[in-house]
Every structure is written in C-alpha cells, then in structure tokens.
Design a binder for this molecule. Structure first.
Ligand SMILES: C[S@@+](CC[C@H](N)C(=O)[O-])C[C@H]1O[C@@H](n2cnc3c(N)ncnc32)[C@H](O)[C@@H]1O
Length: 181
C-alpha cells in the first residue's frame, strides 16, 4: 500500500513540483511556538519546512515521496530530510516546539503528536473533512476532540471551493498549545 503511495506521489511531484508559498495558517500562527525543533509531517515539496527553517527552527521534514524529499535535501542547513513512510514513523516524547501537519491524515500519529510536543509547544494541523466517512479524511469536529488535551487557540471548519469538492467537503484547521504543567 505504502509503496503505491510513494509511486503515486512521486508521479505527482514529477508532473507538478507544487507552490513555494507556505500555508497561511503557518504564516499566521508560527510565532506562538517557542524557538527550537519542529517537525513537518508529510512535508511534500518542503514549502513549510523551508519557511520554518528560515525563521530559525531546526526542522525534521518527513515524507514518503523520493522525488519530493530528494529535491529538498541540501536546500537549507536547518532542514533534516527523512524519506520515510509515516506508517512506521515514531515521534520522540517531548521533543518538538512545533508540530506541523498540513493536508495529510494518519490517525495513528495522534497520540504521538500529543506526546511529542514539549510543554509550551504548538500544534498546527490542517486537513480535509470528507463527504463520506473514510480513512483519509476527518469527520466534523474530530480534530478538536482528538487534541482536546491541548489548549486550542484556533479552530475552524471551512467549506471548500467547488473544484476541490469531489471527495472533500471542508478543511478543518486547528492551532493548539501544550500546557506547561
Ligand atoms: C497533499 S500533500 C501535502 C504536502 C505538504 N504538507 C504541503 O502542505 O505542502 C500530502 C503528502 O503526504 C505524503 N504522504 C502520503 N502518504 C504518506 C506516508 N504513508 N508517509 C509519508 N508521507 C506520505 C505525500 O508524499 C505528499 O507529499
């Protein structure tokens, strides 16, 4: 299954390298995170990893696509690239000041994301809500429930433009902070 994912995404990146602009929720909320280590889960072409590296974070950029990760290697001294299947990735405990997860969903990672944040660390998570229940998309309010142990500073569900809306209906966006005690 994951080998198929890799091929599919490699083909996609060969045909379309994707944009360089960081995602707006990151541009807006990154200053809440204490400076330190960040992880960009399913980093793709690294647009968000690069943004964080420029701000001074040491970034672990993780993605299954060989094409995308090879292009990212050597682009910034603060980025450590991991060509990895996230199905078998583990997040060390209390390790990251910032965890970023954009347009990717693996529920297996949820407890590790919670645990992997340092006290005071920030989670920025944005993913799609599906038209129907499916493994690859969220349900309404699911993100808010999954990370209710954190202090949620922003949560929004937004309807997608029609051209994206064959499988997906909305995006869910969450910004949350791990308590200090
Ligand atoms: C829609 S892209 C989002 C990329 C990036 N987060 C962004 O916002 O630009 C989804 C990414 O998930 C990666 N991906 C899919 N399945 C994966 C897996 N099992 N392990 C690691 N990465 C995976 C793909 O290679 C792709 O880069």
């Amino acid at each position: 299954m994951s080998e198929q994912d890799r091929k599919r995404w490699d083909e996609r990146y060969l045909n379309d390298p994707g944009g360089a602009e960081p995602t707006p929720i990151l541009e807006r909320y990154w200053p809440l995170a204490p400076m330190g280590r960040a992880v960009d889960i399913a980093c793709g072409n690294g647009r968000n990893s690069f943004f964080l590296a420029e701000k001074g974070f040491m970034v672990d950029a993780v993605d299954i696509s060989t094409v995308a990760t090879e292009r990212l290697v050597g682009r910034h001294p603060n980025i450590r690239v991991h060509c990895q299947d996230l199905d078998s990735w583990t997040i060390p405990a209390e390790h990251y000041s910032l965890v970023l997860n954009v347009r990717f969903l693996d529920r297996r990672l949820f407890p590790m994301i919670l645990n992997g944040l340092k006290p005071g660390g920030v989670l920025i998570f944005e993913a799609f809500i599906g038209r129907e229940k499916a493994d690859y998309c969220l349900e309404p309010n699911e993100l808010r429930r999954a990370f209710s142990d954190l202090r949620i500073v922003y949560y929004e569900e937004k309807r997608l433009a029609r051209r994206h809306a064959d499988r997906f209906e909305q995006t869910a966006s969450l910004v949350a902070i791990k308590g200090d005690g």
